[in-house]
Write a protein that binds this ligand. Sequence first.
Ligand code: ME8
Length: 666
Amino acid sequence: MKPFYITTPIYYVNDRPHIGHAYSTIATDVLTRFAKVRGRPTRFLTGLDEHGLKIERRARELGKEPQAFVDEMATPFQEAWKALNCQHDDFIRTTEPRHKERAQAIFQRMVEAGDVYEGEYEDWYCVGCESFKLERELLEGNVCPDHKKPCERIKEKSYFFRLSKYGPKLLEFYEAHPHFVAPQGRYNEVKSFVAEGLRDLSISRTSFKWGIPVPGAPEHVMYVWLDALTNYVTALGGPAEPGEAPLYDRFWANPESQVVHIVGKDILRFHAVYWPAFLMSAGLRLPSQIQAHGWLTINGEKMSKSLGNFLPPVPLAEAVGVDVLRYYLMREVGFGYDGDFSHKNLVARYNGELANGLGNLLNRILPFVEKHFGGVIQPLDEPGELEIELREAARKAAFEANRHLEEVLPHRALDAIWELVAFANRYVDRTEPWKLSKNGDERALARCTTAIIEALAAVSVMAWPFMPGKCDLLRAQIGLPPLEPEEGACMWPFEPRETVAGKKVVKGEALFPRIDAKAEAALLEKLGVKPAEPAAPKDEAPKAKLADEPSKLAEPEGGYITFDDFAKVDLRLGLVLSAEPVPKSDKLLRLKVDLGEAEPRQILAGIRQRYAPEAMVGRRVVVVANLAPRKLLGFTSQGMVLAVGDGDAFSVLGVEGEIAPGSRVS
Ligand code: ME8
């Protein structure tokens, strides 16, 4: 099996880790664990970028020696990754001798290739980026567009790297490797940047000392980005001759090895342009892929100390649970796109997808195994049509989640896995085990409970890379051992299924106890999150609007309603779990709709002429949740599904995307 080598950026130690760093590191851990479950040999590297002007200045500001400062700052990063259950194989610090020596060896190779020359430059430098800036990139006042601070004019003697020489070679390489940079939009961006022409790059500094000395010219220190990028090779013991450094041979020099760098979009250019050019010059192999993810904002705002929303990951993980945080970050943010971290959404997803989705599925089924079969899971020798469908749904989820994870789309993989969770919950609604239990139909009950446990076993493997702790707890409750991936053995649940028959269930604590409004308020208070701004007095806003243009609005037929009248209608997002025709009616469908409550609601909707029952299942619809219940043809309807139009242009009002059931529509 192909080795898999994956890296995070090495973070600057000028500050403590925050949720953005955690996002990259968690994604890397998830992808490593996935590769492990597939039986691949893996290596996961992270570490710290400890040299450069930015760090030196920060240390001095604090009255510390740079080395003492970076030693102190390394601990919070190491502790954070441990607390987030990110199991890296190595943690490199660029001040370590093992790195310094080999970074110098790479520099030397670039010199020997004739790509380094001495010169002098005068240019704009952003200390925040640790990078020179082109005049055309700067904002007025020579301000860096990323750091919003003026750049410094620097004039200095320096060594230059002939980057310009590598432009055509890079373009050729990109053409031959259309997946070198992902997502596609970023790949195009990189190509056009290089196509515009590259300038030679200054790769040493003489005006400060906090860096790796240039071999043979100790008055120069290596440019911090050249120093930092080489970490991916030096940590493996490279560059080295075959046989000298086994890790380097296996994970880097080996052309079979898949090398993936996970980076934020802010540092893509360094990884997709400079790094391959340095490697070409040094005669070393190139990585297989640079995966650039998007940028996280916090509750809709850019994360910054001045806004007071710098979000450290550890207290958050302690408050909501490590696995919940890992799940939320991977589910909420489309990998490659910008996304928002919102405390409210975290709770909504937790309740909707973890408590009501996965946790509930387990809770709904275990009591029957205990009550009827002494806790022993029964064989499923004669699956009926519904069980075959459920097995098929599990197989489909396994193939799709696998494909998405191979394409580094963890959010899509979670979508596929949670489709299976929803399907399994619908299967429970359709088979109604509580009725089977009441009627003593143990044959059918055995079929139903085992079918669900099989599906849960598949979920416990597929969701394990995201939530290893919770998935092992889930496995324990269905009598399975913790997942311990082994090199060479693929455990991904394509098929055959893990055997559950004969195992004994062990009902434990609820995996994901629901967070009610009180618990949510306590959680937010603990995390120091301000409650949402109180809404403006309810009837003032519409009045102000009307006052602007009084003459244009004719009073509607039937008169206006006040805002208070409108606010009485409780509109909620509902997820349709099941749908079936109502006997003796050609108009009505009987829906079971998840509104994020303890039990799904039964809602009758007059939509049968437009929608087949199966077309409704899985839809997210808008429901009037506080309409008085009423009885129709013997069934009580506990709400109303909104729709628009009539005849051919009829449509149920829906919502795109994975918004949690029960969310308020406003
Ligand atoms: O750039 N959203 O280090 P750095 C998402 N030392 N990801 C974020 C983020 C946010 N708001 N903020 C930070 C450096 N990140 C260099 C790297 S590698 C050879 C040298 C993540 O501490 C994201 O991965 O500034 C980003 O690329 C990285 O942290 C930048 O970390």
